[in-house]
Design a protein around this ligand. Structure first.
Ligand code: NDP
Length: 281
């Protein structure tokens, strides 16, 4: 399941949507100079520029106080030209991440990390959903993988990937098992999975013999090792699985495409073209 061709199509659709909507604005906040964050943000801004989303990149010193950062979030919440706000994580230790995330106006929370948006997903009335889980679901849909009635196993329970993807699979009528670092006998679960989504951040934690024959396997992991980038699944699993995403080139390109789509969705919510679930805007 290659991500790049689908991601390109979604970006072209987003570009059409932006033209139709007029100006769409995205603001990002980065505190400090974490190298990986700088790279991700550069990619996000490049992708936004390609679809003519106007993006503002606020780089803030590591020493900024929590209150100063909350003040900037409040300014962006009030800024009519900004449809989406993205707080690049991780934040430095002296700043309470949860407090900053909760300060973002839910309708502008294009990362889908705000407790309101997480709650809406839990309730089965999704408003803004995190981009990577959306990308996983879009890939499964693109390759016509049967989810309804299937046994789905998610390895990983982070707020950013594991939990939201498990909720999306549940909503699509899979029977869902969530595994994590305390799971006893991981293989027992993965071998049972018609749909297996792995987001553990452990190089090749799922080996080929842990995968059910004929299944669909989505490898979310991106791990930097001596030989380059590897996923959480041994690529040899392709011998047994019917579908497997490559790393790189699988879920990675989908994440940015879905972030752009979320920004357009935020613009629609804000213009009253789409009802914002739960608040009715
Ligand atoms: P986290 O570190 O936040 O979460 C990892 C999860 O995996 C935890 O729930 C942890 O369990 C579980 N886990 C760790 N080791 C094992 C194990 N041996 N067996 C079973 N479960 C295990 O990571 P993220 O969810 O943020 O990211 C996961 C991976 O996906 C990373 O490689 C990351 O780089 C990648 N990623 C890729 C993206 C993309 O665009 N392709 C976007 C986001 C992330 P516990 O809760 O018990 O600690």
């Amino acid at each position: 399941m290659k991500g790049a061709p689908l991601a390109e199509r979604i970006r072209a659709e987003v570009a059409d949507d932006v033209r139709e909507l007029g100006e769409v604005g995205l603001a990002t906040l980065q505190v400090g100079e974490d190298e990986a964050s700088t790279v991700y943000l550069r990619l996000k801004h490049q992708a936004a520029a390609e679809v003519e989303i106007v993006s503002v990149d606020r780089k803030l010193p590591h020493a900024i106080t929590e209150n100063e950062l909350l003040g900037l979030v409040a300014d962006l919440n009030a800024d009519e030209a900004i449809d989406g706000i993205l707080v690049q994580l991780p934040l430095p230790e002296h700043i309470d991440e949860a407090r900053v995330i909760a300060a973002v106006e839910p309708v502008k929370d294009v990362d889908g990390f705000h407790p309101f948006n997480a709650g809406q997903l839990y309730l089965g009335r999704p408003a803004h959903v995190p981009a990577t889980p959306l990308g996983v679901m879009a890939l499964l849909a693109e390759y016509r993988v049967q989810i309804d009635g299937s046994r789905a196993v998610v390895v990983g329970r982070s707020d950013i990937v594991g939990k939201p993807v498990a909720h999306l699979l549940l909503q699509a009528n899979a029977t869902v098992t969530i595994c994590h670092s305390h799971t006893d006998d991981l293989e027992r679960h993965t071998l049972d999975a018609d749909v297996l989504v792995v987001a553990a951040g452990v190089p090749e934690v799922v080996t080929a013999d842990m995968v059910k024959g004929g299944s669909a396997v989505v490898d979310v992991g991106i791990n930097r090792v001596a030989g380059g980038l590897v996923g959480d699944v041994d690529p040899g699993a392709a011998e047994r699985a019917a579908f497997l995403t490559p790393v790189p080139g699988g879920v990675g390109p989908m994440t940015i495409a879905m972030l752009l789509r979320n920004t357009v969705t935020a613009a629609r919510y804000r213009r009253g073209l789409l009802a914002f679930p739960g608040i009715g805007r």
